[in-house]
Design a protein around this ligand. Structure first.
Ligand SMILES: Nc1nc2c(ncn2[C@@H]2O[C@H](COP(=O)(O)OP(=O)(O)O)[C@@H](O)[C@H]2O)c(=O)[nH]1
Ligand SMILES: [Mg+2]
Length: 239
């Protein structure tokens, strides 16, 4: 008998009406037997309506609609909790804006057979970040700074294209991550490393969104720097 792992692919979305259908259909193309979970924060553009339409022909497409915009970190924590409760083997998380190419899902799946945690990295050979101007500079600089200060052997801390082998990660849970907003993604890597789980980077080509607008508030960059300082001091003096 083939040992087919139970995979949950998760995306959080807010105002992704133009992207969500394409994303879901692409996920289906690459991982036809996976389950898909969408957490939508009551998007005013009626993203959930598009998902409900697709649900009519897809029994493994789940939708959670939360009352209001509650942030990416809590959406990811909820997805992790649901994946554990429903006894999935792998959880793969990605953005809904097509910045993360669903083609890579196959590579995630293959690597999750070996590693507890897999991250799609723009900053390893074969990876690329197609963002432009100051966003590209901030991303490159930010990720190098986090690597330097944390001494964690990883080149990518901020993108959310990630795979979790839930059976190998033991008592790790995203609920352990204290940082909120976009710092949550950096905090997750610190927590994985604190628990001594191996981090496997696989190259991804990250394209900037073609449709819709970025929801990242400008202040997040400063919050990330402050959180980096706190996490670094914590590692040096508490651990
Ligand atoms: N459910 C939910 N999804 C969100 C929220 N904020 C952002 N997202 C989604 O998270 C992903 C990343 O956000 P995005 O705006 O593309 O961030 P950027 O790529 O860093 O500029 C996208 O799929 C968004 O739709 C939120 O508060 N709630
Ligand atoms: Mg984006």
């Amino acid at each position: 008998m083939i040992d087919e792992k139970r995979i949950l692919v998760f995306t959080a979305c807010y105002n992704e009406k133009e992207n969500i259908k394409k994303l879901i259909l692409k996920i289906r193309e690459y991982l036809p037997f996976s389950s898909i979970l969408i957490i939508d924060d009551n998007s005013p553009d009626n993203t959930s309506g598009v998902v409900k339409e697709l649900q009519k022909n897809d029994s493994k497409l789940d939708l959670v609609i939360r009352d209001k915009k509650l942030g990416l970190d809590t959406a990811h924590k909820l997805a992790y909790q649901l994946a554990i409760e429903k006894n999935f083997d792998y959880l793969i998380t990605m953005d809904a804006d097509l910045s993360h190419d669903p083609k890579e899902l196959i590579n995630f799946k293959q690597n999750l057979e070996i590693y507890p945690f897999v991250i799609g990295s723009r900053y390893v050979p074969g990876g690329k970040c197609l963002m432009k101007g100051s966003r590209l500079t901030m991303s490159k600089l930010g990720n190098s700074m986090i690597k330097f200060f944390s001494s964690i052997n990883c080149n990518e801390f901020t993108t959310s294209y990630r795979g979790f082998n839930l059976k190998k990660l033991g008592d790790f849970h995203l609920n352990l991550v204290k940082q909120t907003g976009y710092s949550f993604f950096m905090g997750t890597i610190f927590e994985i490393d604190n628990k001594k789980f191996e981090i496997k980077e696989i190259p991804i080509i990250f394209t900037d969104r073609q449709q819709g607008v970025s929801k990242i508030p400008k202040l997040e960059i400063f919050r990330t720097l402050i959180n980096l300082a706190i996490l670094t001091l914590n590692r040096l003096f508490v651990k």
